[in-house]
Design a protein around this ligand. Structure first.
Ligand code: IPM
Ligand code: MN
Length: 353
């Protein structure tokens, strides 16, 4: 197969972790006999600096004509403390999600046995936790009407969802639950929010179509508690955009480091694969960023964009081996640099035919 990948490293630690993901992709393609090409594009703060636009038209064109997007991170502190700034790097990520129609964000949470003690939670709680968070990604408060009233002294954001938007993400969640342990948890705030009541109504209507799936409903405040009280309860968790943003950061610490969690964003056009950790500007250029989340995002790319499951597994096995061998960055207690971890994983992939 010939893979055409749009490479969007973005800002902060994005470029250095994406470099490591590329090493892993090259190693897998070499081993399995695939051709691969990377077309670089700008997104985020670096795109604002160059084009005045966090998601320039040329980057969008590149994504549309590629088979998959490998994405690093966006964000720069120079925008964070200026609430009046009209253009922000994060708008690049929101624009790419919206324009590619990436309505589903899949964030798997898995644990590595040798890292159980790195989790802030008790080992017996986290060992064996394995669930998939499905976050709606193109609706809700992120994209609803927002504005200022009262000379700028009152502000609002609207959480709005249509039946079609809710149905497509719930359908995907039912399908994924069907391929896993057949347990779906729908997370909402239906005791207070009208949009949540629509979610729950639609989920209840769909239940009879999936008789083999056990569905339960959980309010988001309770879900925030249950995620750390008993993470093993969950199999597939589905929720709206803002709740999903918050809960997946919370869930990321179950495995021991945010630097381990990968994600896939899928929908209408080209799928996008990205580590969930963000641009972590304090670490940029220091060689201390954990590349595992980016490398596992590349594994998800093989599995979700190309249905190349053995290739994805080759990357996962190499990552697991690196962790077992203690070849890790300092967030996991190791002493290896970002590129040392990347090199180790790539050579493991290449050697273990
Ligand atoms: C994420 C990030 C983004 C979000 C930001 C950078 C816009 O936090 O992917 O979770 O809020 O969706
Ligand atoms: Mn987030």
């Amino acid at each position: 197969m010939k893979l055409m990948i749009a490479k969007l490293p973005g800002d902060g630690i994005g470029p250095e972790v994406i470099d490591q993901a590329v090493k892993a992709v090259d190693a897998v393609c070499g081993r399995f006999g695939h051709g691969v090409s990377y077309s670089p594009g700008y997104v985020g703060a670096c795109a604002i600096d160059k084009f005045g636009d966090p998601y320039p038209a040329e980057t969008h064109a590149l994504c549309m004509e590629s088979d998959a997007v490998l994405f690093g991170a966006v964000g720069d502190p120079k925008y964070d403390n200026d609430p009046t700034s009209k253009v922000r790097p994060e708008q690049g990520l929101l624009a790419i999600r919206k324009k590619l129609g990436l309505y589903a964000n899949l964030r798997p949470v898995e644990t590595f046995p040798s890292l159980a003690d790195k989790s802030p939670l008790k080992t017996e709680l986290v060992q064996g936790a394995d669930f998939l968070c499905i976050r709606e990604l193109t609706g809700g408060m992120y994209f609803g009407e927002k504005g200022r009233l009262d000379n700028g002294n009152t502000a609002y954001d609207t959480c709005i969802y249509s039946r079609a938007e809710v149905e497509r993400i719930l359908r995907l969640a039912f399908e994924y639950a069907g391929r896993r342990r057949k347990h779906l948890t729908v997370v909402d705030k239906a005791n207070v929010l009208e949009s949540s009541r629509l979610w729950r109504q639609i989920a209840r209507e769909m239940e009879p179509e999936y008789p083999d799936i056990q569905v339960d409903y959980m309010f988001v405040d309770n879900a925030a508690m249950q995620l750390i009280r008993c993470p093993k309860f969950f199999d597939v968790l589905v929720t709206e955009n803002t709740f999903g943003d918050i809960l997946t950061d919370e869930a990321s610490c179950i495995s021991g480091s945010m630097g381990l969690l990968a994600s896939a964003s899928i929908g209408e056009h080209t799928s996008l694969f990205e580590p969930i950790h963000g641009s972590y500007p304090q670490a940029a250029g220091k060689g201390i960023a954990n590349p595992v989340a980016a490398i596992l995002s590349a594994a998800m790319m093989f599995e979700y964009a190309f249905a190349l499951m053995d290739e994805g597994k080759a990357i996962r096995d190499a990552v697991a081996a690196s962790i077992k061998a203690g070849v890790t960055t300092e967030d996991l207690g190791g002493t290896a640099s970002t590129s040392e971890v990347g090199d180790w994983i790539a050579s493991y992939i290449a050697q273990n035919n």
